[in-house]
Design a protein around this ligand. Structure first.
Ligand SMILES: [Ca+2]
Ligand SMILES: [Ca+2]
Ligand SMILES: [Ca+2]
Length: 498
């Protein structure tokens, strides 16, 4: 049922919206603002919950020329293809003909913020929401807001852009996300560094986070339903920020907590009796992590692995064949197949399904299954042979090269005396870590490139070779003797139970 909410206060720098009359799921939303202001660049836009903590940034105006004004009716919609900063001319009035998207800067690009997800998953809707439009301290512009409305849809989203509305000719906005950057409400996701997120399954399971930039510790936060609870981290709310959720196979549910409290997503299936592995990722490129499992199904009478994905963009449920034996039967006959978190190695805003599988002859290789976001058809990309059975593929960006569009291949191999790290195509390993350490996918310096790192539960320290300068650093102590890094559980993969 569509509904329109008028501000309870008009013509002010803040407008409050009352949601208490909307009990249904918010599926889409459009913010409409009537404004006249001489210098668009000077305005900061956000939606803020009643606590003042759960903020949705709406627009970064720093890229807009100070000679641009805003005069007219403007819309922010989740389906739009542009932002105000991208649509702005060098001088004159910011066009209001087409809607813009809410966004923030992310790692190497823009991250999309979504109004509907924010309203549904991030805030307590029994409390009023505030639109805040503030001016820079040095502002010299003048003007006023004459109206603000939030149009909520609880049915199928409006296809605002399917009607032939012309859009600016911009490349599509994508979110280039840092790895495993889990932040709580009030924290801010780092564009350059990964935090150290730890899970502790002793006693009542919980998780803790040491954030390096800015330095801040979170937790411990109770988590899961027992000692075998799989973690399922992802971006479930509307703010392009990561939460730690968990998978409950007995109910087939992903469970997570955002500003709106505890939430659940259901993935149909008989998960108690089906071999399966969580493969969190954003496979439709909407900036929201999808609920996805790799599971052993039936393919013409043969046991073969599929991905079952609940796509967040439209709620579609699909099974996709991702078994290397079906993709490349000449080279793959082994059932030694590992599944990991999705990652966006070509940085197009859509994650690839990560499969690390044994080739005929014994070597391992990475296969990325790419889901086309428009047709949802899947194609496989087989990498070179790299690693042996038992190695762990360490996900993340190991190249940071501008020439290539891939992250590189790193495997970690545990021997009787050390961890050996092999970066493709170098056959000489870097020795880093002792048996019993956890290799971790993490980036603790400022260079957006993975560091070779292990977490040592016996002394609760993180041992790092910084990629930026090769320096060896020891961080911590942080955690407990039973802590397991999230960057190991989800950030590394091997065809073994994990
Ligand atoms: Ca998604
Ligand atoms: Ca991609
Ligand atoms: Ca680094």
């Amino acid at each position: 049922m569509p509904a329109t909410l008028a501000p309870s206060t008009a013509a002010a720098a803040t407008s409050s919206f009352d949601f208490s009359a909307i009990p249904d799921t918010v599926v889409s939303a459009t913010l409409q603002i009537d404004i006249s202001y001489s210098r668009a660049r000077e305005l900061n836009w956000s939606l803020v919950d009643s606590s003042g903590v759960v903020v949705l940034p709406l627009a970064m105006m720093s890229g807009v020329s100070s000679a641009v004004s805003m005069n007219g009716r403007y819309r922010i919609s989740d389906g739009a293809a542009t932002t105000w900063a991208l649509a702005a001319p060098a001088t004159g009035n910011l066009p209001g003909a087409y809607p813009a998207r809410a966004f923030q800067f992310g790692q190497g690009g823009t991250c999309i913020n979504l109004l509907a997800r924010y309203l549904e998953f991030d805030i307590d809707r029994s409390q009023p929401l505030t639109l805040q439009i503030s001016r820079l301290g040095s502002a010299s512009g003048a003007g006023s807001i004459s109206g603000a409305r939030l149009v909520i849809d609880t049915g199928a989203p409006d296809e605002l852009l399917a009607s032939g509305m012309e859009e600016p000719n911009h490349p599509p906005l994508v979110c280039q996300r840092p790895s495993f950057d889990v932040v709580l409400n009030g924290g801010s996701e780092s564009p350059t560094r990964s935090p150290l997120a730890l899970l502790d399954y002793s006693g009542m399971p919980d998780w803790s986070i040491r954030q390096f930039d800015p330095p801040l510790d979170f937790g411990p936060i109770p988590f899961g339903i027992g000692a075998s609870t799989p973690a399922y981290p992802g971006r479930f709310g509307g703010r392009s920020r990561m939460n730690i959720g968990f998978w409950d196979e007995s109910t087939g549910t992903l469970n997570f907590t955002t500003g709106a409290g505890a939430r659940t997503l259901l993935l149909p299936g008989d998960w108690s009796t089906t071999l399966h592995f969580p493969i969190p990722g954003d496979y439709d490129g909407d900036g929201i992590t999808d609920l996805a499992m790799a599971f052993l199904g039936d393919f013409g009478g043969q046991p073969r692995f599929y991905a079952r994905i609940l796509f967040s963009r439209d709620g579609a449920l699909r099974d996709i064949l991702i078994d290397p034996r079906a993709y490349d039967p000449v080279n793959h006959v082994s059932a030694n197949i590992g599944f990991g978190a999705g990652q966006d190695a070509d940085q197009n805003g859509v994650d690839e399904i990560t499969v690390y599988a044994q080739l005929s002859g014994g070597l391992m290789r990475l296969i990325q299954f790419v889901v086309d976001p428009a047709s949802l058809t899947v194609s496989g990309l087989g990498g070179p042979a790299w690693g042996l059975l038992g190695d762990r593929l360490v996900l993340g960006n190991w190249t940071a090269g501008s020439s290539g569009n891939q992250f590189g291949l790193m495997v970690a191999r545990q021997t009787a005396s050390a961890w050996e790290w092999y970066l493709f195509p170098n056959g000489v390993p870097t020795l880093w870590g002792l048996p019993g350490d956890f290799p971790v996918s993490i980036n603790v310096d400022l260079d957006r490139k993975n560091d070779i790192a292990v977490y040592r539960p016996s002394d609760q320290r993180l041992y790092v070779i910084r990629s930026s300068d090769g320096q060896q650093v020891i961080l911590g102590p942080f955690g407990s003797a039973s802590s397991i890094p999230l960057g190991y559980l989800i950030g590394t993969t091997a065809p073994l139970a994990f």
